[in-house]
Ligand binder design. Structure first.
Ligand code: MG
Ligand code: MG
Length: 278
């Protein structure tokens, strides 16, 4: 989600410290729908990961996702959202987020970020993964792994009685401890009947600050980590966000319900690695 501001850090700080309207607490019936939407999203991402291979076009991945979402009885969250023309986002290499899947052919060594959202019973879930195609340099797999782990750090702080800043700072501290740039202008978000709801969930901030987390809140946490600077720019298609310095970027996202039993990841995939991988 794009922050509609000039100086992201100032505006986020203001939002974090003020009372935020528009927070929705989900009932168990609503959470049930979001859980179903999350299962669709995770299943689609599994199919996409299996489908990625050198020679496939980005638009083929989009078609596969569209067919799979339909087959599972859901609707895509992104198609038509503010005019977005595709079912999923496919972002290559220095592209951070919001890449429009088109004719570009996937090659060995590419780093692909896939972002998928689905609607079931009027409720959205949203998730993203980054995968390396074929063999890549260890510095590339380290970036991808660190982004995945920074998301897990954030998820672990999505607990009743915590604060948004706890999630934000957990992501930032982990990412920066490994030397990566943490994107500022694009942030996570509340999610439910709308794809993007309050509150904003930045990937940077101070622990102990910001909105109090309550049972029934659902948030999408989505760290975007750059090999170089955190600065971004948008391409002429008005969608694709790239690193300003052309460095590689990775993006992971999960939709998480904050419950009395702890964080429930609604978009968790079967066999997903959630700790340090070997
Ligand atoms: Mg997403
Ligand atoms: Mg999102």
């Amino acid at each position: 989600m794009k922050l509609e501001i000039d100086k992201p850090e100032n505006a986020v700080l203001e939002k974090l410290t003020s009372n935020v309207r528009g927070i929705t607490l989900k009932s168990s019936a609503e959470l049930h729908q979001m859980r179903l939407a999350g299962q669709v999203v995770s299943a689609v991402i599994e199919v996409l990961i299996e489908s990625i291979k050198p020679g496939i076009k980005a638009k083929d991945l989009d078609y596969i996702a569209a067919m799979e979402i339909e087959r599972l009885g859901a609707k895509p969250s992104f198609k038509g959202y503010r005019g977005f023309p595709a079912t999923i986002c496919v972002s290559f290499n220095e592209e951070i987020v919001h890449g429009i899947p088109g004719e570009r052919i996937v090659s060995d060594g590419d780093v692909l970020s896939l972002d998928v959202g689905a609607i079931v019973g009027g409720y959205h879930s949203d998730s993203a993964v980054t995968v390396a195609v074929g063999g890549v340099d260890p510095v590339v797999s380290d970036l991808i792994e660190a982004t995945r782990l920074s998301l897990e750090e954030g998820i672990s702080k999505a607990i009743v009685g915590g604060r948004i800043g706890d999630v934000s700072s957990a992501v930032q501290n982990f990412a920066e401890s490994r030397g990566y740039g943490v994107v500022r202008e694009y942030v996570g978000h509340g999610i439910g009947k709308a794809l993007h709801e309050e509150p904003s969930v930045p990937n940077f901030g101070d622990s102990g600050k910001g909105l109090l987390l309550r049972s029934g809140m659902v948030i999408a946490v989505e760290p975007m980590l750059n090999m170089g600077s955190w600065r971004t720019r948008v391409l002429e298609d008005d969608w694709t966000v790239v690193t300003e310095d052309g460095s590689l970027s990775a993006h992971f996202e999960h939709t998480i319900a904050i419950t009395d039993e702890g964080p429930e990841v609604l978009t968790r995939r079967n066999n997903e690695c959630i700790g340090e991988s070997g």
